[in-house]
Design a protein around this ligand. Structure first.
Ligand SMILES: *[C@@H]1O[C@H](CO)[C@@H](O)[C@H](O)[C@H]1NC(C)=O
Ligand SMILES: *[C@@H]1O[C@H](CO)[C@@H](O)[C@H](O)[C@H]1NC(C)=O
Length: 360
């Protein structure tokens, strides 16, 4: 019995030493896992049969490796947060993560994916949240192989930061597209938000059971203000009905965070208020200032995404929107800085990511 405990202890110490070498002691958490949609995807859709992919120019024009599948001109929010956390390398996409790098984290996010399995399916295949969790399960089995045992792997997983940004597509590529999905006729906005958050609660429980203890949940941004919505409604103002539906989801998600923190005292969940953080979008729109996308967007297939091979705008740093859905790199910087270090008390609940990672 004692020998077994010692074995585990020694293994744990060896693993910790290993990580210190791996990350040069620089990062503020030993590992960081990412779940979500195109706001966080860094290449998982590249080999999927879907219109929701971004591995072609002008995507990536400001990224060192060019187009990688990130849905913006440069770094996405997952990348910038990784830098704030002190990682030397970007967390690899699940699609290509190999060997020991998985010990530092994996990015499972997939463009057009949602909480619901069917979300985004009119665009092709995507890795919906249930599948992302299955992929994480497979990663953990690989980690156990690398580490040597389950106990030490679990101890390691307990120290990681987890971020989850999902739900936008359950509106943009589901509820708001009655032509392809029945949810809009089956549920009121309030019923739909409840349904989404109930399913999300189950998925987060799975993540917890797989060892997650520090989990940041990104609320939905002002989707009623994205260029795609303005175009669809042929208006120059944010679409209130969409923002109201989004806020119902956000309010329920915030309540879920309270419940999760009460029910799982060993874990810390926090809500990132992307809705208020993204109010800068409505400011741009109300001021009528560069409130259109930087790239020339498609009106046919992959509607609202950049047309392949066309030069984007020059003043990329001043634009908030890259294409009809996604912020520019600068928009991502502004949003994630506030998620990491709250600028206003309302930016996060009950704490920002910098405090989440320090919590015991
Ligand atoms: C969603 O997909 C997962 C994984 O394939 C499956 O286990 C689950 O039953 C599906 N859910 C629904 C509602 O179809
Ligand atoms: C934008 O795309 C359309 C359709 O492909 C094309 O006709 C137009 O010339 C493009 N505009 C610019 C500025 O590249």
């Amino acid at each position: 019995m004692i020998a077994r405990v010692n074995n585990v202890t020694i293994t744990t110490i060896l693993i910790i030493l290993n990580f210190i070498i791996l990350v040069h002691g620089a990062s503020k958490v030993p590992c960081y896992f990412i779940f979500g949609d195109s706001l966080l995807d860094n290449g998982n859709n590249n080999n999927l049969n879907t219109e929701a992919k971004a591995n072609y120019p002008p995507y990536g024009i400001d990224f060192p490796n060019g187009p990688t599948g990130r849905f913006t001109n440069g770094r996405n929010m997952a990348d910038i947060l990784g830098e704030l956390l002190g990682f030397d390398n970007y967390i690899p996409p699940f699609a290509s993560a190999t060997g020991r790098e998985i010990l530092q984290g994996v990015n499972y996010a997939s463009g057009s994916a949602g909480i619901r399995n069917e979300t985004g399916s009119h665009l092709g295949n995507q890795i919906f949240l249930d599948l992302q969790l299955q992929n994480h399960h497979n990663t953990i089995l690989r980690m156990v192989d690398l580490v040597g045992n389950r106990v030490a792997t679990n101890a390691h997983l307990n120290t990681c930061l987890y971020i989850v940004g999902i739900g936008s597509n359950d509106y943009i590529n589901n509820y708001l597209v009655p032509k392809h999905y029945s949810t809009n006729s089956l549920y009121t906005p309030s019923q739909y938000a409840t349904l989404l958050v109930q399913q999300y609660a189950q998925q987060l429980k799975t993540l917890y059971e797989d060892g997650a203890r520090k989990i940041a949940l990104f609320g939905l941004s002002q989707i009623g203000c994205i260029p795609q919505e303005l175009q669809k409604h042929n208006t120059r103002k944010c679409v209130d009905s969409t923002n109201e539906a989004i806020q119902l989801f956000n309010e329920k998600l915030k309540s879920l965070v309270t419940n999760l923190n009460n029910n799982f005292p060993q874990a810390k969940f926090t809500y990132i208020n992307m809705y208020s953080i993204s109010s800068i979008m409505s400011t741009y729109i109300n001021l009528n200032f560069l409130n259109y996308p930087c790239c020339n967007v498609s009106t046919t297939t992959a509607e609202g995404q950049c047309v392949s091979g066309q030069a984007p705008c020059h003043l990329r740093a001043a634009h908030m929107f890259w294409d009809n859905f996604h912020p520019t790199e600068n928009g991502n910087v502004i949003a994630i800085m506030r998620a990491y270090n709250s600028f206003l008390p309302s930016d996060s609940y009950p704490m920002d990511i910098s405090h989440l990672i320090q919590s015991g």
